[in-house]
Design a protein around this ligand. Structure first.
Ligand code: CA2
Length: 150
């Protein structure tokens, strides 16, 4: 039986849709969860979207994913640029990992140009706004097919 796709979100993404709409848009994380569940259902995938402001919680969820998820979509937010702990945890996950960003970090400050997550990611997507989440679910469906065929 197939396991869900974990969609993990890091610090401050609980504010999505409520602050800085010029940068991050007006879709809330609850809307994102619904959109991903609907897109996943159409593709035969279950999704489990979570958000934390804590690095330790993020590491624990990645460990949980090792046993309980077929794939990880991760917007680690600021932890993308700072966390070797998140990278080390991701390296133990055997399935596909999609690194996701709402904005295009390469168009922003130089400290956002470096990503630890990239070293463990199978694929990365950025700059599609909150619409990037359901697009990442579609991308994950493709990656899972390739992974299963191996
Ligand atoms: O573009 C992205 O998705 C980011 O991962 C967002 C992070 C940022 O640190 C990364 O460089 C790029 C910040 C997430 C903050 O989320 C907010 C959402 C709405 C309002 C305020 C913050």
């Amino acid at each position: 039986m197939s396991k869900p796709i974990f969609i993990l979100n890091g610090p401050n993404l609980n504010l999505l849709g409520t602050r800085e709409p010029n940068l991050y848009g007006s879709t809330t994380l609850a809307d994102v969860a619904k959109n991903c569940a609907a897109r996943g259902k159409a593709l035969g995938l279950k999704t489990d979207l979570r958000q934390t402001n804590s690095e330790a919680q993020m590491v624990d969820w990645i460990h949980e994913a090792i046993k309980k998820a077929d794939g990880i979509i991760i917007n680690a937010a600021a932890l993308t640029h700072t966390s070797v702990a998140v990278l080390d945890a991701l390296k133990n996950f055997k399935g596909p990992i999609v690194e996701l960003h709402i904005t295009n970090p390469h168009q922003r400050e130089s400290f956002r140009h470096f990503s630890y997550v990239t070293f463990a990611a199978t694929a990365m997507m950025s700059g599609f706004g909150a619409e990037g989440y359901p697009l990442a679910v579609e991308g994950m469906a493709l990656l899972l097919k390739k992974h299963e065929a191996k």
